[in-house]
Design a protein around this ligand. Structure first.
Ligand SMILES: *Cc1c(COP(=O)(O)O)cnc(C)c1O
Length: 364
């Protein structure tokens, strides 16, 4: 029987192949390799999709986070609060911006940032909180905003896994600024590295664009110490073709998640994912919890099921950030149990039934 991958990038490509080919020809004819008309068009289309006036394309999601943090004033001497249960890039971006990483625990049910812990960690040095919209659902940003009251702390959303997700009808970035990644496996994936920052603030958008263009918007006028972080024309072609299909693909992901809920409901050992009330989930990852996870994962992989783990090691237990110390009991308790099952828009009911059968067998 054929393998069931964690993510099927070939199936997505098949749907956009013709459009991508004609778009690539356009970019090649114009030699518009960095920036250009395709990038400008994509930025407008992604801003509109996000319900925000500004989108700035950058080179990857980690840069998007770093530049968004710098745009809101994060730098040396600042503290930035983020969850211990996230991809390492969230912490790297804070460190790269020159600020201190302040980790907090996750909610034991959704694995999203624990809002009370985040608010309790705020000090006079706190410049930003980074809620991570893990697995495809938004963290309760409005609770953070309300809890902060009038304090001058920015909310910089890590929206790398949540393209198209909403909470109470609002998308990410509406409360400040959001950074996203178009790494190939994301819900909206390029054919290489790419990322973007979205915001309602014209000033922050301009700062991100300036920082990403060597600190200046006019050639050879460098007002800030910036970086080289721009979106490529060829990637913009891919992103435009896929963006046109993203809402439909997210619907297909929701249908696939509902099928998993149904298929797995009878397995007593499996803890199903919980969606926060008010959230429209986009199921970047379908994450369950199981006992003896490493053994279950090995059996699934041996049976041709591309299951994986997001994430096996909390940030404070990685070599890079072990010096922070700290103890985050929920993050530490769930890390050895988390298991991501294959999910992508084109996954079939038969494939999902096979995943469920193999998972049941592995748990026996
Ligand atoms: C993918 C991802 C990133 C980083 O994106 P890159 O484009 O790989 O730099 C940051 N945060 C989270 C939660 C991610 O999943």
């Amino acid at each position: 029987m054929s393998r069931i991958p964690l993510v099927d990038l070939a199936a997505a490509h098949a749907e956009v192949a013709a459009e991508v080919e004609t778009g690539f020809k356009r970019v090649l004819a114009e030699t518009a390799f960095v920036g250009g008309a395709e990038v400008a068009a994509f930025e407008q289309e992604y801003a509109a999709f996000s319900g925000l006036p500004h989108c700035v394309g950058v080179a990857n999601g980690t840069d998007a986070l770093e530049l968004a943090l710098r745009a809101v004033g994060v730098g040396p001497g600042a503290e930035v609060i983020l969850p211990a249960n996230t991809f390492i890039a969230t912490a790297e971006a804070v460190a790269r911006a020159g600020a201190a990483v302040v980790l907090v625990d996750c909610d034991p049910q959704t694995y999203l940032i624990d809002v009370e812990a985040a608010l309790a960690a705020v000090t006079p040095a706190t410049r930003a909180i980074v809620p991570v919209h893990l697995y495809g659902q938004l963290a309760p940003v409005e609770e953070l905003r309300n809890g902060l009251g009038g304090r001058d702390v920015a909310i910089v959303e890590d929206a790398a896994q949540s393209q198209g997700a909403t909470r109470h009808g609002r998308g990410s970035g509406a409360d400040g600024i959001a950074a996203t990644s178009f790494y190939p496996g994301k819900n909206l994936g390029a054919y290489g590295d790419a990322g973007a920052v979205t915001t309602a603030s014209e000033q922050w958008a301009t700062t991100v664009r300036t920082l990403g263009s060597h600190g200046g918007l006019r050639k050879y006028h460098h007002d800030l110490i910036g970086v080289n972080s721009r979106l490529d024309g060829l990637q913009a072609v891919v992103l435009r073709a896929k963006l046109a299909r993203l809402a439909g693909w997210n619907d297909q992901r929701r249908a696939a998640a509902a099928r998993y809920h149904h298929l797995l409901a009878g397995l007593d050992d499996v803890v199903l994912p919980v969606t926060l009330e008010g959230n429209e989930h986009v199921w970047h990852i379908y994450c369950v919890r199981v006992p003896r996870r490493d053994d279950v994962l090995a059996k699934l992989n041996a049976a041709g099921i591309g299951a994986a783990i997001h994430y096996p090691i909390p940030v404070h237990r990685t070599g890079a950030f072990a010096h922070l110390g700290g103890s985050f009991p929920h993050a530490e308790a769930v890390a050895p149990e988390l298991l991501s099952l294959p999910i992508y828009p084109q996954i079939t009911a038969d494939q999902q039934a096979r995943v469920a059968e193999q998972l049941a067998a592995a748990l026996r």
